[in-house]
Design a protein around this ligand. Structure first.
Ligand SMILES: [Fe+2]
Length: 406
């Protein structure tokens, strides 16, 4: 047992009891107590881990798969305190069926808050609407944030350091505030705890057909999405999308889905594209080791436009954020005799400049777009046309760097 968390738990219990265990009062009580004696300043983490490993007298642990891992450091029938370790960067965009407050014990995170508007429930486990980013902030060690249950508080955390540690003081569960939806921008919300066993098995069976390169795969998926309900059809599409794009059958399958679901289907394509884009940047992030480069990729993953990205770059590094981003782009660039890349953006072949100048022109173009400059790109002595500039913009627009254009 850790003395700090035993005391914190007892104090939370006393103050909450004085408020008759009001759910509305809990987040504020939790935040005030975390801020009054911040864990980041008062917890000896090495001692806590040693105690957890060697002393059997610990609060009841759970089967939770949340965190990497989760340690319960105080437990009460009404609420508990957990420490969450995070080894990977990202949490899904989600809402909560519990309330309280979290505190950054170690590391730092990009914290994004969202609204879900024009909501249209489709089934008990799936909704469509518009997921809109409301605000993004950089949370440094020592920050404390309230958690409110239900659909009014939707957020995601992207942890920048490994490991990042969070302390959460939270209720066990707030009845009536579920399901704990995950949000897939720009248009969908799904219940991650809903398990549709038949769909799971069907996806697994389709994976078998994919692995064995069955010629019947595309036709079967086409027939399925032409008859399945929207929820099941969406999950089958999501599962089959990668393979169908490789085999060239994606458009036909999507047409069958659209014919069946008409206007509802319009929510699906941008959402699936959003998932692909996120996967690509996450994949790039897996192969990039430099801490600053990983921060840059985290910004590309989490922010919708260059204004927001440049603001956070300036907040963390000071100086001229455009020059900082251009330096990272140069460091992440690759050039051969005939090709130049910045991350997954390829220099467009339509732009006719000497191959030796590709990398420099590409960077100059990125600088041009980052500054929101008008007219054709200028790259030293190299003169580019309006058409060249359009091709360069398109090259970035099709890559993970696209948010820097907006
Ligand atoms: Fe959360």
């Amino acid at each position: 047992m850790n003395d700090y968390f035993s005391e914190l738990g007892r104090e939370v219990l006393a103050q909450w009891k004085a408020r008759n265990f009001s759910l509305a009062a809990f987040p504020n009580i939790a935040r005030n107590l975390l801020e009054a004696r911040p864990p980041s300043e008062h917890v000896d983490l090495d001692a806590l881990m040693r105690d957890f490993l060697l002393n059997d007298e610990q609060p009841l642990q759970t089967q939770s798969g949340f965190g990497q891992p989760e340690l319960v450091v105080f437990s009460d029938p009404r609420f508990y305190i957990q420490i969450l370790f995070w080894l990977e960067g990202t949490t899904a965009i989600h809402q909560h069926e519990f309330s309280g407050a979290f505190h950054v014990l170690a590391g730092s995170s990009i914290h994004s808050l969202f609204d879900f508007e024009n909501v249209q429930p489709v089934s008990a486990h799936l909704r469509v609407g518009d997921v809109r980013l409301r605000e993004t902030q950089l949370l440094e060690t020592g920050s404390t944030v309230e958690i409110i249950s239900g659909g009014g508080y939707i957020h995601s955390l992207f942890h920048l350091d490994t490991p990042s540690l969070t302390v959460v003081v939270r209720t066990q569960s707030d009845p009536g505030t579920g399901p704990q939806f995950n949000f897939l921008p720009p248009h969908m919300a799904v219940d991650p705890f809903h398990s549709d066993d038949l769909t799971m098995r069907r996806k697994q069976l389709l994976d078998v057909l994919e692995t064995t390169e069955s010629g019947a795969y595309a036709e079967l998926v086409c027939e399925m999405v032409a008859t399945l309900d929207f929820e099941r059809g969406f999950f089958i599409l999501q599962n089959a999308m990668g393979h169908l794009k490789n085999t060239g059958d994606w458009d036909a399958v999507l047409a069958a889905f659209s014919k069946k679901h008409r206007r509802l289907a319009d929510y699906v394509v941008p959402t699936l594209e959003g998932i692909i884009r996120k996967d690509i940047i996450s994949g790039l992030r897996g192969s990039v080791t430099d801490v600053d480069h990983r921060f840059f990729l985290a910004l590309l993953l989490n922010l919708p436009d260059r204004k927001g990205i440049l603001r956070l770059v300036k907040q963390r590094f000071g100086g001229d954020p455009v020059q900082t981003v251009l330096r990272w782009a140069a460091e992440l660039g690759e050039a051969t005799g005939h090709e130049a890349w910045i991350l997954d953006a390829a220099f467009p072949p339509e732009v006719k400049v000497p191959a030796g100048r590709h990398a420099a022109v590409f960077l100059a173009a990125l600088g041009h777009f980052l500054k929101g400059a008008k007219g054709p790109v200028r790259a030293g002595a190299v003169k580019l046309t309006a058409a060249d500039t359009r091709h360069l913009r398109e090259a970035f627009g099709q890559s993970s760097l696209r948010t820097l254009l907006h």
